[in-house]
Design a protein around this ligand. Structure first.
Ligand code: ADP
Ligand code: ASP
Ligand code: MG
Length: 439
């Protein structure tokens, strides 16, 4: 029996958190493979070590003095080491990192040291073997994760070990330089390790008691979800429920390994089980709500658009040529709307507008900015009549104007576009109508 356990930054933010982590691991002998993040925030307003490293490296690259900032990073680790009474010293490691910063070893290298150093400390504290992720997690020349090579090397390496600590977030390129996943990527490492050892379960330990029905920064104390499917989770994490990196499900999903989101600060809470499929009915019609700000809608109008073969292709071609992905594309008889990320669209705006005029000869193009998208997700929505009606009446009661609606063909989600100013109000209204009223 093997369990892979990943601990996020807040779970390893200081010595006290390390103690909780150790008691969780020693409570179950199957918890053999541990994937740590870098030390995170100890209190709100604190800075994650990863961010400290990025800042420090940016100074180094500009040729500025970064010793003061570097000392603060050292202090984070040294206080953990001394408060835990460990006998190791990271001084030599710190010297190497500092020299590599001066030698401009790369931003990914810099960020990865957060996990690397934390892994050394945690392995020493637990008495587990330490494995540098650079030796077992691989990326190809294009910077994409290389699952084949990783799986072979990683599973061979872990096979002979009773237990090990493998730092999250990074791996190496064919030329031996360090490459990281995107932010929050230790979740992906945990999933890769779980697949490589054929784990019975991948436990992802964080600072909330599971995947919650709504963002806890918007709704106070939202209820945790007991069981969620990979598909539902992907919809929610893509739309901003960042508790688990959206790419973390692929490796375990292929191997049929469930993920359990657990709370390091409340280890007895059941947390959330993430599974392929389930006969368990969700507690409510909806499984969860998530949302993000920062979208723009490009509305294109043209009389008789529907009769023009290839119109949609011509529109999308313009976005494609400018390297812009679209999120949604609701359409009417004579209108088509393309929803895009504002930050990607804004710098290319004029090229896209002139491209659309040239390619499609529209009557009117109108752009609406500062839109928020909300995804209402649930496997039970399909079999419950009136779900959309309830969402819209809740929003109408809350005086929220709905600017866009899109229902996925799987009936797993309904996406709603509202003005950014209405975002929090809309999220709360939807949460209340489904979860607070227990319907
Ligand atoms: P870790 O450092 O453990 O990886 P993260 O900060 O990446 O933790 O993810 C946990 C955080 O995700 C929570 O503290 C919470 O603020 C946020 N979050 C956003 N949406 C949700 C949600 N639907 N359920 C749970 N947490 C959420
Ligand atoms: N430490 C990295 C970050 O802050 C990776 C992670 O925490 O998963 O993004
Ligand atoms: Mg995270």
């Amino acid at each position: 029996m093997a369990k892979v356990v990943k601990f996020g930054g807040s779970s390893l933010a200081d010595a006290q958190q390390f103690e909780k982590v150790k008691s969780i691991i020693t409570a179950d002998g199957a918890r053999r493979f541990v994937v740590p993040s870098a030390p995170g925030k100890r209190y709100s307003g604190d800075t994650k070590v990863t961010d400290m490293l990025y800042n420090c490296y940016d100074l180094a690259v500009k040729g500025k003095d970064f010793s003061k900032e570097f000392e603060k990073i050292k202090e984070r680790y040294n206080s953990i080491i001394s408060e835990l009474g460990l006998e190791i010293s990271l001084d030599e490691e710190f010297d190497v990192v500092k020299a590599c910063f001066i030698g401009k070893a790369g931003r990914d290298y810099a960020a990865s040291r957060g996990e690397y150093l934390n892994g050394i400390v945690l392995a020493n504290y637990l008495g587990f073997s330490f494995i540098d992720a650079a030796d077992v997690i691989f990326f190809n020349d294009a910077g994409q994760f290389d699952p084949k090579k990783t799986r072979k090397v990683l599973s061979e390496r872990l096979e002979s070990l009773e237990n090990a600590v493998i730092p999250g977030f990074y791996g190496s390129m064919p030329n031996d330089t360090i490459k990281t996943f995107s932010r929050g990527g230790s979740d992906i490492t945990g999933s890769i390790v779980a697949a490589a050892v054929g784990a019975d379960i991948y436990e992802n330990w964080t600072d909330v008691s599971g995947f919650l029905t709504c963002d806890p920064r918007i709704v106070d104390d939202p209820e945790p979800i007991k069981v969620i499917t990979y598909k539902e989770l992907r919809e929610l994490s893509y739309m901003g429920a960042t508790v688990l990196h959206e790419d973390a499900i692929f490796p375990v999903r292929k191997a049929g390994i469930p993920i359990n989101i657990k709370n390091t600060n409340k280890p007895d809470d059941a947390g959330t089980m993430i599974v392929e499929s389930t006969s368990q009915k969700p507690a409510y019609t909806i499984t969860g709500i998530a949302g993000k700000k920062g979208f723009t809608v490009v509305n294109i109008e043209k009389d008789m658009m529907n009769a023009e073969v290839g119109f949609g292709r011509k529109v999308l071609e313009v976005f494609e040529k400018n390297g812009i992905c679209f999120e949604h594309m609701p359409s009417g008889i004579d209108t088509m709307s393309v929803v895009v990320h504002q930050a990607e669209f804004a710098p290319k705006e004029q090229e896209i507008l002139s491209g659309l005029h040239r390619n499609c000869q529209p009557d009117v193009i109108d752009i609406e900015t500062d839109l928020a998208l909300i995804a209402v997700v649930g496997r039970a929505m399909k079999s419950n009549r009136g779900t959309a009606g309830r969402i819209f009446s809740a929003l109408a009661h809350a005086h929220v104007n709905v600017k866009m609606i899109d229902q996925g063909s799987s009936e797993l989600n309904i996406i709603i576009g509202v003005s950014e100013d209405d975002f929090e109000k809309a999220m709360k209204a939807i949460y209340d109508i489904f979860v607070s009223t227990k319907l």
